[in-house]
Write a protein that binds this ligand. Structure first.
Ligand SMILES: [Cu+2]
Length: 274
């Protein structure tokens, strides 16, 4: 139902970033080629038309102080300037609109129709956390044809999260959150994730993969991931939080996550010092 609704309400808007940049490229390439062909053709035409045939008499040669005639009041000049201005101004406005779309994303932005993922770059790996609490490392699963809004941050030093093929790049800086979106339209396709900020020894290994799934497949994975996490969490909590008076499951999980983060930090710090 949801997909049908999307298809009906956002037929023009539902473009991926790749579509937008490709369209901009093709429009500029097309117009550039057109203008180039016209200018070169007109130049060659005039060079041929006014070529030296050896038949010109001395009377045709302009004398000093003589004003050119036959300019038809500058019609050609006005025409070429006018056309150029119209083309350039239209291109600027159109491109600006397209880039606003890239900036703001399709539809209403992050919300019900979108999937939101928190991305953290830390210690040469990418960590993903989904809306329902599901987590993954290095592999980012996303549904096809759905706007994915990512919020990126850094856990230790400056990183930059990027998916070159999907035209995505977003800073991952400690203490700062950056937000951007992307959309993939082919289920089964995979894309490489890279770090675009020289962040240390492991920078070149700081890669990952985006897996594009069918929407149902993604929902299923998301649910399974959370229930698996819960099971793992419960077992671990049983041991770790045995002495805790706080028996609340949710708090237990939070405590566990907190511990994990602290451990990671400690590992990275010692790794960095070595
Ligand atoms: Cu890096």
């Amino acid at each position: 139902m949801n997909t049908i609704f999307n298809a009906v309400t956002t037929p023009i808007q539902a473009q991926t970033r790749v579509d937008v940049f490709q369209e901009i490229f093709l429009v500029f390439l097309g117009l550039g080629t057109l203008v180039g062909v016209i200018v070169v053709a007109y130049t060659l035409y005039n060079a041929y038309k006014y070529r030296d045939t050896g038949s010109a008499s001395d009377e045709d040669v302009p004398t000093l102080g003589e004003l050119p005639t036959g300019g038809k009041g500058g019609k050609k000049l006005f025409l070429s300037f006018g056309l150029s201005a119209i083309i350039v101004i239209s291109l600027v406005i159109w491109t600006y609109g397209m880039l606003l779309y890239v900036e703001d994303g399709p539809g209403e932005g992050p919300g019900e129709d979108a999937v939101e993922i928190d991305v953290t770059g830390e210690g040469f790996a990418w960590f993903f956390e989904y809306e329902n609490g599901a987590e993954s490392i290095s592999t980012m699963n996303v549904p096809a044809n759905t706007p994915i809004w990512i919020t990126t941050t850094g856990g230790d030093v400056w990183h930059t999260f990027g998916i070159p093929e999907l035209k995505v790049k977003s800073d991952a800086i400690p203490g700062e959150e950056d937000q951007t979106w992307f959309m993939a339209d082919e289920p089964g396709e995979t894309y490489e994730i890279k770090c675009f900020e020289l962040c240390g020894d492991g920078h070149t290994q700081m890669t990952g993969q985006v897996n594009v799934m069918e929407e149902e497949e993604f929902d299923q994975w998301l649910e399974e991931e959370v229930s698996e996490d819960d099971e793992d969490g419960d077992e671990e909590n049983g041991g770790e939080n045995g002495g805790d008076e706080d028996g609340d499951e949710e708090n237990g999980n939070e405590t566990e996550t907190g511990n994990e983060t602290t451990n990671d930090d400690a590992d990275n710090e010692s790794g960095g010092e070595n």
